[in-house]
Design a protein around this ligand. Structure first.
Ligand code: DAT
Length: 162
């Protein structure tokens, strides 16, 4: 089994709804190690780079505004960013996060429990969760400087959580 790292973002809707504690509790069920954590006021450039793969979608502009927290304004216009590490971390964390569409997500997943679709059709799905190892590597580099990551043990050594 592979030791993986991934980026998790608690998006501005999660911050505004005071869901940080609930989300971290649900994620902790996977027994992963947090190796990076910070609050980020997201620039347009960072938002566009993060969602570059969706740039041709009709909802791209709204998505960029959403991750920047523009609809919420101060003091909710920020995300909480985490790098988690653990065995099969990506698949396991995506299961806890739930499907991208909050209306299709398992009701006990984070997105199923707390997400919604706005009247403009944007999925406000509370968290971002890297989808595969390549994306995870790109996203971690985009959101974190190397010195902000603690004990980066990649890809061979296992971390034991007791
Ligand atoms: P994920 O975040 O599950 O990896 P993604 O990268 O394809 O999914 O999508 C990024 C975000 O874009 C997602 O969190 C919500 C939004 N989104 C995706 N598909 C959408 C759609 N069809 N309509 C509205 N928003 C969508």
């Amino acid at each position: 089994m592979a030791i993986e790292q991934l980026l998790i973002l608690i998006k501005p809707d999660g911050v505004k709804k005071s869901l940080t504690g609930n989300i971290l509790t649900k994620l902790s069920e996977a027994r992963m190690v947090i190796i990076g954590a910070k609050a980020v006021k997201v620039s347009k450039e960072l938002a566009e780079q993060h969602y570059y793969h969706l740039k041709d979608k009709p909802f791209f502009g709204e998505l960029v505004d959403y991750i920047q927290g523009k609809v919420y304004g101060e003091p909710w216009d920020r995300v909480l960013a985490f790098v988690y590490q653990g065995e099969d971390a990506i698949a396991r964390m995506r299961k806890i996060a739930g499907a991208t569409n909050p209306e299709e997500a398992d009701p006990i997943s984070i997105r199923g429990a707390y997400g919604r679709i706005t009247t403009k059709g944007v999925y406000e799905n509370v968290v971002h969760c890297s989808s595969d190892p390549k994306e995870a590597e790109r996203e971690i580099k985009l959101w974190f400087k190397p010195e902000e990551i603690v004990n980066k043990i990649y890809p061979t050594k296992e971390v034991t959580v007791t």
